[in-house]
Write a protein that binds this ligand. Structure first.
Ligand SMILES: CC(C)c1cccc2c(O)c(C(=O)O)cnc12
Length: 459
């Protein structure tokens, strides 16, 4: 169906990638009726008869979240996995006082500046278990007028009790998901770990790419962050031959401090990981790295206006320390998806041929462009230091029987009649003009009004 009418038709149309954007209010329905889901769709009875759920996230509006569940599911057990401490932990728990079905699990954050960014739903139904890995906070504004991404798993059926099968897929999705959740070492997660173990995830076609805080050494160094990406590309990536001239693209909604020049981290270890190919991790430094990040005018002219920048927390202080990034910045443009004015909160990474017709791989993740999220090598590369919890999924052609590369498009009409992977933004990316500047959320913009006629005074 070109224009699916039901949630199930929408879900089926987006297979086998099952990569969706969130619904955006204020744009033509045609951009929301396909390859897009609202949170109410995800929690709808059409997706399954909910028995219990677990919500991993960073920001929560519990009252709003409960209203997104259909009324008959609002009393089902709900575990909230968060990273709050002290007073903000008490405030979060205070939000849930009216709901006796809600329990909490506090993810430990023992390294400074770490955050619990991971956004994931575990949805237990009477006939199986569904996993959603996404980029939206559980607050109304994150599902209103932003570009957000999600991967929705099929319903994984229960393993038959006598089954000796581990129920994993060729991408080791189940092993990696379990390893990620076990890394929390939280007793509140034990029942969900046991549930995951009891389900057959052999149909999962994506690879988990997660980050867990710590100083990871030896075998653990390649379990997380950009070193996991490097390992996956070394084992399952494109051949050096195929992609040697192909640029790498990073797209994100915040940026960390990465040293005074590109050789400190961005174009050394991080770019080396993105540039890894099958059985070769020689860094082809002449490959272009393109960074898609909203400019000041992208934000000003967005559906939300300057307030969209409240979710794009790049500070002038950090920007000032890394002006080399200005050569890499490209505008947020999503005409194909009708979302040029829906500011990105999605984070995605890929490697594509210059004309944007093919991709060697694609990742949707909670991870912004930061050492905290992807990790930084220390002790002469012997350890990978990660500050935050993150999770994303990687799409590799070989696991979708697509040969070595994906045909890609950013036009839903083309995607619905072909088997192309539908990207969230237009390709090739558009370089900033000379006078364009990246959005910074902590400086005033008084010279030009935004969509709503307002200026921005962040003091
Ligand atoms: C500076 C921090 C607190 C911040 C501000 C605004 C939006 C943020 C956000 O959306 C995330 C996230 O989604 O993980 C994480 N930190 C965010």
């Amino acid at each position: 169906a070109i224009n699916p009418q039901t949630i199930n038709e929408k879900f089926l149309q987006a297979q086998p990638y099952s990569f969706f954007l969130t619904k955006v209010s204020g744009i033509s329905d045609k951009y929301n009726n396909t390859y897009a889901m609202d949170i109410k769709d995800l929690l709808s009875p059409s997706m399954g008869n909910l028995v219990a759920s677990c919500q991993f996230n960073f920001m929560f509006d519990i009252g709003w979240l409960m209203k997104q569940y259909p009324s008959q599911f609002r009393t089902k057990p709900l575990l909230i996995v968060h990273g709050e401490q002290g007073a903000s932990k008490n405030a979060l728990q205070g939000q849930a006082i009216p709901y006796n079905n809600i329990k909490f699990c506090q993810a430990k954050l023992e390294i400074m500046y770490g955050t619990h960014h991971t956004k994931m739903m575990l949805l237990l139904y009477d006939n199986g278990l569904r996993i959603v890995i996404h980029t939206s906070n559980l607050i109304q504004q994150d599902w209103h007028q932003k570009t957000q991404g999600m991967w929705i798993s099929p319903i994984f059926p229960k393993l038959s009790d006598i089954s000796k099968d581990k129920g994993d897929s060729v991408t080791n999705f189940k092993r990696d998901l379990l390893e990620y959740i076990q890394a929390y070492k939280a007793h509140q997660l034990k029942e969900w770990i046991d549930l995951i173990m009891k389900h057959d995830m052999s149909s999962a076609k994506v690879v988990v790419v997660g980050s867990v805080p710590g100083r990871h050494v030896d075998r653990s160094k390649s379990l997380w962050g950009h070193m996991k990406l490097r390992k996956v590309l070394y084992e399952h990536g494109p051949s050096q031959e195929t992609v040697k001239t192909w640029p790498m693209i990073g797209q994100f909604s915040s940026i960390g401090s990465m040293g005074p020049n590109k050789e400190n981290w961005l174009c050394s270890e991080w770019k080396q990981s993105l540039g890894t190919t099958k059985s070769s991790s020689m860094v082809s430094s002449n490959n272009r790295l393109m960074l898609i990040f909203p400019s000041r005018h992208n934000v000003r002219l967005s559906l939300e206006g300057y307030p969209a920048g409240g979710s794009i927390p790049y500070t002038a202080k950090t920007a000032q320390k890394q002006l080399f990034l200005n050569d890499f910045f490209h505008l947020w443009k999503s005409e194909g998806r009708g979302r040029t004015r829906a500011m990105p909160h999605i984070k995605s990474y890929c490697r594509t041929i210059q004309d944007g017709s093919k991709a060697a791989w694609f990742i949707v993740t909670s991870a912004n462009l930061s050492k905290a999220a992807w990790g930084a090598l220390e002790k002469k590369g012997a350890q990978l230091m990660i500050r935050s919890y993150e999770i994303g999924v990687m799409f590799l052609p070989k696991f979708f029987e697509e040969g070595e590369v994906f045909p890609i498009t950013s036009d839903p009409g083309i995607a619905s009649t072909t088997n192309k992977l539908l990207l969230p933004y237009d390709l090739p990316p558009t370089l900033y003009d000379k006078k364009d500047r990246p959005w910074m959320w902590d400086i005033p913009y008084m010279d030009l009004p935004d969509t709503n006629g307002n200026v921005w005074c962040p003091f």
